[in-house]
Design a binder for this molecule. Structure first.
Ligand SMILES: [Zn+2]
Length: 357
């Protein structure tokens, strides 16, 4: 088995990690973070499971990391992502696992965000000989195919010399993404929720000569948690895409690096099936947000007076130990770790870390 140095993986090491997951039939959870607390919970969970992990920031998560009080929101989205990346670079290796550092969905209006992150990435590369992030994502699936691929090609041209990878999205994943509120129209024809393998081939033709990239193809997946049954998951779309690209490019059985968006609440058999078709990354956000908040809600409801009084007006009992934010944020982290234990198990990545001990 290939072995890698623990810490943030980029370039060739990133490709080794992806190839090992595909060959081993497992996937890594990609967790959205917005604070040092959530980042540390992910690192803790990965270490406990002896598994590698993907840490990603949405533009909103990055802005929160920098602080909602920072007046220039765009600057906050850029600097917050950079600050979080430094946090992970410094700490990840000490947890003894490999981490892919990634940014999440960026639609057309957020192309300048990705370009600004690449400005920082180029400066970081000059100094350290490696990129700041392992990969970025562009989600131009709402635009024309031509615009989508042109822009992805332009950005990948900037990223390739930095040893970075690009994640793209084809077809429209339903539901609600960070900053993009799209209501599900249950009566609508859902054919747009399914990516055509021909589109994936077109993307491969265009992008593979430039650099490495991964594809989020829609196969009925929905962002967020909705009542089940509205949309049918069809992972065979992934299988057909692999087969078409493999045949046209004489590129083997699973030439595409696939990612699974909108995985929260999916049936476990469909997840396993998708992973078997070359999905190496599954985004998990909604379920972990709930796990984090659930623990706090429970603690507050069990100790209501501690959140009303510093000292109990009847018993004179001091409540400092209860309202100290570290108390309930730690419970939140522990519950997030518990939910992540399940994710590593479901995705088959438990015990599969490539990091040297
Ligand atoms: Zn998506």
């Amino acid at each position: 088995m290939a072995q890698l140095k623990p810490g943030v993986v980029t370039g060739k090491d990133y490709l080794t990690l992806v190839a090992a997951a595909k060959a081993g039939g497992y996937a890594l959870p990609a967790v959205n973070v917005a604070s040092s607390s959530t980042i540390n919970a992910v690192l803790e969970a990965a270490a406990k499971n002896n598994a590698d992990v993907i840490i990603q920031l949405s533009n909103g998560g990055a802005q929160f990391y920098a602080g909602q009080g920072l007046k220039d929101g765009f600057k906050a989205k850029v600097l917050g992502a950079v600050a979080a990346a430094y946090h992970v670079h410094l700490l990840a290796e000490h947890y003894g696992i490999c981490v892919v550092l990634h940014t999440d969905h960026a639609n057309k209006s957020l192309i300048p965000w990705v370009d600004a992150l690449l400005d920082h990435g180029e400066a970081y590369f000059k100094q350290h000989g490696k990129p700041l992030f392992s990969s970025h994502m562009l989600d131009l699936s709402e635009e024309s195919m031509e615009f989508n691929l042109n822009e992805c090609a332009r950005v990948l041209q900037r990223m390739a010399p930095l040893d970075m990878s690009l994640e793209i999205e084809l077809g429209v994943t339903g539901g609600e993404e960070d900053g993009i509120g799209k209501e599900m129209d249950e009566s609508a024809d859902n054919s747009h929720l399914y990516t055509q393998p021909e589109d994936v081939l077109q993307a491969y033709d265009r992008l593979s000569p430039i650099g490495h990239f991964s594809v989020a193809a829609s196969f009925g997946n929905v962002h967020g948690v909705y009542k089940p049954g509205n949309v049918q998951l069809r992972p065979e779309i992934l299988k057909n895409s692999q087969a078409l690209v493999g045949k046209q490019h004489n590129a083997g059985a699973k030439p595409l690096n696939l990612v699974f968006h909108g995985g929260s609440g999916s049936e476990k058999e469909k997840i396993t099936e998708a992973v078997g078709y070359g999905v190496f990354k599954m985004n998990i956000d909604t379920d972990l947000q709930f796990a984090y908040s659930e623990a706090i809600g429970k603690f507050v409801s069990q100790n209501p007076k501690a959140f009303l009084y510093q000292v109990d007006p009847e018993t004179d009992k001091p409540y400092k130990k209860f309202y100290d934010p570290r108390k309930y944020l730690r419970l939140a982290e522990e519950n997030m770790v518990a939910r992540l234990n399940e994710a590593f198990q479901d995705l088959g990545s438990k015990g599969k870390s490539l990091a040297t001990a």
